[in-house]
Design a protein around this ligand. Sequence first.
Ligand code: NDP
Length: 333
Amino acid sequence: MSFRPDPSRYSQMKYRRTGNSGLLLPELSLGLWHNFGSDHSFSSQRAVLRRAFELGITHFDLANNYGPPYGSAEENFGKHFSKDFRNFRDELVISTKAGYDMWEGPYGNWGSRKYLLASLDQSLTRMGLDYVDIFYSHRFDPETPLEETMGALATAATSGRALYVGISNYDPTQTEKAKQILDSMGVPLLIHQPKYSMFVRTPEKGLFDTLGRLGVGSIVFSPLAQGLLTDRYLDGTTPKDSRISKAKHLTEDKITSEYLTAAKRLNEIAANRGQSLAQLAISWVLRQPAVTSCLIGASSVEQLEQNHQAIAGNPLSAVELQEIDTIAVDGLV
Ligand code: NDP
C-alpha cells in the first residue's frame, strides 16, 4: 500500500458528537453520490478520497444506487479502499443506504426487510467490507409497517453488518416513531440524514427540534444545493463539466433570475467575510447546533480544499445571519 497520509491530518478538522452517542463525526463529510461512478476517472476519484482523508475527513457516505450505473460508486470505493484505506479501516466511518430503486422486481426498492437486508449484503460485497459503520433506511415507506423497516435495521446492527443505524428523508413524526420502535428493540437511532442548505430550510420546521429532544444526530446533505450555492453558475451559464451539464438531478431551469439575484447577494456577503460562496454555505449550515456534520460532494481536489477551508472561517455574526435570512428563502430553487 503506497498511500502514506499526512500525520497531521487530525489537526485539520473539528469533530462533533453525534447526538447522545459515543461517535464523533468530522464537521465535513464526503458523499459519493456523484463523481464516483464510471463517468469519472479512477485517478481523480482516488485523488479526492486521499486528499479528504488527509484533511481529517474520516467519513465517506454511500448508497446502494450511487453511480452511474447503480452500484458502481460502491464498487469503485471498494477498489480505492483495498488500495489505499484497508490499513485505516478503524479510522474511517463508512455508511451506506437502501430505500430507493436498486434492482428489478418487487424486492429492489422501498423499505421491506427482504430488500434492506439483501441490499446491505450486496453493498458489503461491492465494497469488500465486513461491516459498514452506519446503515440507513434511505426513505420512509408508507406501504411497509415501520416495525418491519426498523426491524431490518435492528438486524443489520445485531448481526454485526452495521455498527450503527440511521434514517434519511423521514419527517419529524416518522422520526419519532422510528426511534421508539428501535428503542423497543434495544438498538439506538444514531443519526438522521436530511437535505439542508440556505435554499432548503425544511429541517428548521420541526425536525432539528425533534432530533435534539431525542438525542439523535444529523448529517445534512446537499449543503451547496448541488453546486447552486457556489460560483459555478453565478454568471448565468452552465459550464460543460458542471453537474447541470452532466447529471439528471439538477437541471438548467434552476438558473432563474430569482436564483441569480439571491446567489449574487449571498456571494457578496461571502466576499465581505473573505469567503467563497461555497464556504459561506458550509459555515451557515454548521452554525446550526443540531447539525453534526455537513455532507458535501466535490468533483475535484480544488473544490474539496476550498470547501475544507470553511472549517477555519469566523462564526457568522447576528447581522450577517439576519441579512442571509432575507435572501435565503426556503424553496427558492
Ligand atoms: P453538494 O450540495 O455539496 O454539491 C456538490 C457539488 O457541488 C459538487 O459535486 C460540485 O459539482 C459542486 N461543488 C462542490 N464544491 C464546489 C466548489 N467549491 N466550487 C464550485 N462547485 C463546487 O452535495 P451533493 O448534492 O453532492 O450531496 C452530497 C452527498 O449527500 C451525496 O454525495 C450523498 O452522499 C448525500 N446525499 C444524500 C441524499 C439522501 O437522500 N440521503 C440525497 C442526495 C445526496 P460539479 O459537478 O458542478 O463540479
